[in-house]
Write a protein that binds this ligand. Structure first.
Ligand SMILES: [Zn+2]
Length: 270
């Protein structure tokens, strides 16, 4: 599938929420597309910047100089119904994984919790049924790059775009969904990362709270950190990148405990 095909697929998947004049979106020069702000689903946008030119610098995109860290920040960028006052969002990174992802899915199903899975393209490769199970269970999928480069903030724009495009294409081809959210590896950002995410019509979303479960600090450490969650936060856990048994064990107690405290897990949307 070519990039143009992919962009058109993305437009189709995102539906009427897209920019005015989207019929030419596939042909729009990449640089002007990169300068457009990510289209907020559900709201029309002004379309391509009238000031778009061959120059990659000053642009409306400059307004997006930081990722989203909280639910309220997300809602300011992506219009929609206000999140409940007691809402938290759970995001699960680095899968899909054939052992850990199914365990996480069973937990989420047991407690009726939606989550956003930030998928690595080269992990979708070879684990396609697991990726499809995530979507079939009603969860969201986000783009977490093709190969999870730790140095993404130092990569040139074309390589950043390739990382995003390749993952976007694989996720779309596998699940039928085109992610509208980008989760950068390690949360690392740069002007090139913001531009590439916008070019692919994604909002960069980081997190409010990181229990560092990927370092395997012990079930109790992960549990304690997650139990400190407060309304409006975006929580981070992992179902890939190594042995995630501690994460799975922690979530078994954390999810019902947070629910018992009155917190409501919500889907970010997109
Ligand atoms: Zn990651």
């Amino acid at each position: 599938m070519t990039r143009r095909h992919l962009i058109k697929a993305g437009l189709a998947a995102t539906g009427a929420a897209l920019i005015a004049g989207d019929s030419d979106a596939g042909a729009r020069p990449p640089v002007s597309a990169a300068m457009a702000p990510p289209p907020p689903p559900g709201a029309p946008s002004a379309g391509p910047s009238p000031s778009a030119s061959a120059s990659p610098s000053p642009s409306p995109m400059d307004a997006l100089t930081r990722p989203v860290f909280t639910l309220s920040e997300y809602r300011k960028i992506v219009p929609g119904p206000a999140f409940p006052d007691n809402a938290v969002a759970l995001t699960i990174d680095d899968g899909p994984h054939p052992a850990w992802t199914p365990q996480v899915l069973r937990l989420l199903e047991r407690f009726g919790v939606p989550a956003m899975f930030c998928l690595i393209g080269n992990q979708v490769l070879g684990h396609e049924p697991v990726a499809r199970d995530i979507v079939a269970a009603g969860h969201q999928v986000a783009n977490h790059t093709w190969s999870h480069p730790a140095s993404i903030a130092n990569m040139p724009p074309d390589r950043v775009q390739q990382e995003i495009d390749r993952a976007q294409e694989k996720i779309h081809d596998t699940t039928g969904h085109t992610p509208a959210i980008f989760r950068s590896p390690g949360g690392a950002v740069s002007p090139a990362v913001f531009a590439a995410a916008a070019h692919s019509r994604m909002v960069p979303v980081n997190w409010s709270d990181d229990p560092r479960d990927w370092t395997r600090p012990g079930v109790q450490a992960i549990t304690n950190r997650l139990l400190a969650a407060r309304p409006g936060q975006i929580l981070l856990c992992h179902d890939g990148g190594g042995d995630r048994s501690q994460t799975c064990t922690a979530l078994k107690t954390v999810i019902p405990a947070l629910q018992a405290r009155g917190l409501q897990f919500v889907a970010l949307g997109g």
